[in-house]
Design a protein around this ligand. Sequence first.
Ligand code: PMP
Length: 306
Amino acid sequence: MSIESELIWFDGEFVPYHEANIHVLSHTLHYGLGAFEGIRAYAQPDGRAGIWRLRAHIRRFMDSLKMMATDCPFTLEQIEDACVQVLKVNGFSEAYLRPLAFLGHGRMGLGARDNKIHVVVAAWKWGAYLGEDGLTNGVRLCTSSMTRHHPNAALQRAKVVGHYVNSVLARYEANDNGFDEAIMLDQNGYVAEGTGENIFVVEEGVLHTPPVANILPGITRRTVLDIARHEQIEVREQFFGRDALYTADEAFMCGTAAEVTPIRSLDRRQVGTATPGPVTKTIQRTYLDAVRGKVPWLTDNITVVE
Ligand code: PMP
């Protein structure tokens, strides 16, 4: 699928896709200090685009910049509006949205803080992040040899450009070894998250997920917790090792891009029956219906593009 669109929002204006360019001496390109988001819009029952949990995403975007001691030159409302407008001008009813804030060029060196901060919002059509088969039948995972960032090394709750080197290396390793995706352990050996997803395990009908300590506070994770509460599924936010997946009845990963993706195996060991289990299926179905405006108690989180 192409990431091309007609127009990209760039510092308050729309510019043609091929003209949305930056200087090679842009600070973020060298040092990685910048923040981004990944958001999805889905076609609603009336055909209009609806952005899922836009406020939560832009709030996290602003928080990521705050954690990076960087002032955003636009307000939360302006960036929300940019997300709405970018769908409109490109005529998308379903798309992935990518707000990004980065430091431009001017001065170099780690202490250069006066370079202009740019903000862009791009949108493109993106299908199932871990493949249609993965979404339907589950993915094959490995435990990564890469340790997740120590919370005091990277401020892991922030969605920061440079943090993703750790994820990219883990993903490369997983794919090179024939797996779909990796699970990353923290510095204590507990399951942290996927390279771009949070993790849930089901054991005897109870959902387990690592607490938001050294992981990205996923917005899909939050939705899964909302769905679990509504379905009266008990949830325990606690640390566990990868052994919990070896003995789990079911497990799944979740994220804006990955949505709710069942886990078939970890380290070539079958997880549960290696097919999506009943809890996973309920949560996946409810999530995929909710984002399309089909779950009445969850529709207040959708920003419809008029
Ligand atoms: N963890 C990491 C490292 C991620 O990159 C993502 C994707 N943003 C997630 C978890 C899931 O977060 P969300 O549900 O907000 O997309």
